[in-house]
Design a protein around this ligand. Sequence first.
Ligand code: ZN
Length: 297
Amino acid sequence: MSDYRLGIDIGGTKIEIVALDTEGQVVLRHRVGNPGTYKGLLSDVKKLVDDAHARTNPYATVGVGIPGAVDAHTRLVKNANATWLNGQPFADDLQDVLGFPVRVENDANCFALSEATDGAAAGCHVVFGVILGSGMGGGIIVEGKPLKGLHDIAGEWGHTPLPWVREEEFPMPKCFCGNSGCLERFLCGPALAESWKGPGNRSVQGIEDAAASGDAAAQRALDLYVDRLGRACALIVNILDPDAIVLGGGVSNLNCLYERVPDVMKRYVITPECNTKLLKNKHGDSSGVRGAAWLWG
Ligand SMILES: [Zn+2]
């Protein structure tokens, strides 16, 4: 058995690899650009793994996080925003290329696993991990393991509807998935940027400072965001009742979320008290790749 775990995070523009030792210390980290083609991806991942094996241990395990899911029945990737990955038997092909077993998991599940293993929610039994970035993802960890579900979509709350909708929130915005009113249309980073500075804006950098210095539009956008995220989290508590909800992605850097969202959650959950912790991630951008490494226990 190896003392090292390799984790690989496949993002839209980059591929990152880390090697963790048994204590979770990063002993190796390397990033390359994502080649943007399927064949190129397989060969680049093999190069990264070969190099990491040479520098750590040739038996180091390999876990991979992808921006999609591997369907347990068809073995094909689905729901990937890197659309050229969809329909490919990525886990099987990668195992063929490498010559040994690999574990492949959705990147939001990897994020949640990282934070549940040795991150902000370490020691919690049930953890809901959320990525609030350019899109929106979620993953559920139960007793240290990702809950995959029948269709490998457990935790995909980005495409569930905004709950407890107010009259003035209609009409609901259309989502790329074909439905209307999906949470992602309200809670991803670009949605918040748009509600602050108008259509076409994608960055939320500086929104808290702007609100603090009297920018009424920034304050309005934050108030609405806090209220909607609180409702969305209350829905998760009613269904899953996790010990902790951990936020990741660019929007998770807003401090006001941790101060204000729990009060909103309390108003909506179907229990007199709400003790669910709302936590900022500990490992930041590294959580996805760390969680991929932790796929091997
Ligand atoms: Zn949708």
